[in-house]
Every structure is written in structure tokens, then in C-alpha cells.
Write a protein that binds this ligand. Sequence first.
Ligand code: SF4
Ligand code: SF4
Ligand code: SF4
Length: 266
Amino acid sequence: MNASLVKLGKPRVAVHKFSSCDGCQLAFLNLGEDLLALAERVELVHFAEAGPLDPDTEVDIAFVEGSVSTPQDLERIQHIRQHSRMLIAIGACATSGGIQALRNNTDGTDWVAQIYAHPEAIASLAHSTPISSHVKVDFELWGCPVSGPQIVAVVNSLLLGVAPHDNVDKVCTECKRRNLTCVMVSHGVACMGPVTRAGCGALCPSLGRDCYGCYGPAENANTDALAAQFGHLGLTPQDIVRRFQSINSQAPVFLAAAEKMRQRDE
Ligand code: SF4
Ligand code: SF4
Ligand code: SF4
């Protein structure tokens, strides 16, 4: 990533929404005082949920939430890329297609017909895809939702002209740093932490729950070993497929792990 793309001074920033639940935009808004401090250092020119509206303007940094899921999304992402010096995809929808990408594995038209009274009014693409499938993405922040402190860290890095830190460690490392009790070892629950990228501060294990992989695959994720461990804990092959086919179902590492498990089950 070329962090020097951002000029010194007050960079112009936009936050765009694609197909998503708005939760990652809320992570911005939930920054509270930190957001006000951020607003002093950047010029927030477009952020519909916060007020400013100017979606077509040129910006230094465009944050993009959501997946490409409709014909309009396809056109809009090209336009935004052309008008942004740096584009940062935020959240699982933008980085892997999100929960709505579960339809990629099936015939989505059947679902639409079953759910909507007027399915002909629904204009969605057969697949939900990440932003990087369509345009160059300069940096990705994973998570469902992303964490506010991670957003602040990225903006701070860019303001200093350095590349943001890409945390590819595993959630387990955050558990260890926080001295948390391992829920998989102590309670025998199937935790995705050993293959999931860090960044949330091991939020779920800190509350006594298993990680369900919302930050997507970590670097060098050993999904074979984790699938075997899940089997020892009593999960069926179908259960294991579901663990990998959740919020980040289309992340290649999780997709491959699920496919391998399906083949073993045949
Ligand atoms: S990644 Fe999760 S929280 Fe963010 S927009 Fe998508 S569904 Fe919502
Ligand atoms: S609770 Fe989960 S994330 Fe934490 S150490 Fe155990 S397996 Fe890893
Ligand atoms: S522990 Fe796992 S599921 Fe929970 S917030 Fe972190 S990455 Fe997401």
C-alpha cells in the first residue's frame, strides 16, 4: 500500500454504503469523542449516516462498507474508485461478500421467490461479492462489524504517511495476551479463534463464548487441524461446514475448508 497517497494537511474523506446492514458505519458513529477528534483532522465530505452528503466528489480516502450485490452497486463502485485516491474496504460484507454471500452457494432466485410477495421487484445479482472483486482496494479492515479503534488506527497511520498495520495474527494470540480462559479447552465448545484473524481483542472468549470467525481467516490458518478438533468435540461434518460457512463464507480459506469437509462427508 502506498500510504504517501494521502497528502499532508486535511485529507478529504468519504464513507460509502453498499449492500450491508450499516453496522460498520455505526462503528464509526460509536467512536463518539474520538469521531469528533477525527473530524478535526480530516474533512468529512460524504457520510450519509452522519450528515454530509456529496457521494460524487473527489476524495483522498474512501471507506466502503458493504458488498457488491445489485446492478447499481456494480456501476457505483467503479465511479467511487475513479474519484478516490485511496479506497479502504471495511467489514466482512466489503472484504468477503458478507452473510448475504451465503446465496452464492445456492440458487438465490428460489429464496427471493419464497420470501417476497413481488419477487420481480427485487433487482439483485446472483452473487454477493467483495469490493476487491471489482476494483483495486488499498487496504481491508475485516470484522462484522469492524472495531472503532481499528478505524482510528488506520486513519492515524495514513495521516502520518505510514501504511496501516495489517493484523493477520489469530484471535488465540489475543486470548493469551489477555490471560483469558480458553473456552474450547475448558468448556469443550467449538471455537473458530485458531483460524480467525485478530483485531477484536478476543471479544467473544472474553465473554465466555466461542469465536464464530467474524474477522475472517488469519494468515496460515490450519483449518484441517481445527476441523479435526471440532470432530473430536463431537461436531458432525455438516456442523463443521456450517462453522466455516457463516459470515465470511466466501473467504477462500473458509470456502476451501468447507468444501473439503463436504467431500469427506460424501
Ligand atoms: S460487516 Fe457486518 S456489521 Fe458490517 S455492514 Fe456487513 S453485516 Fe453489517
Ligand atoms: S478461546 Fe478460542 S480464541 Fe481463545 S485461545 Fe481458546 S480457541 Fe483460541
Ligand atoms: S471473537 Fe471472533 S466472532 Fe467474536 S468478535 Fe472476535 S472475531 Fe468476531
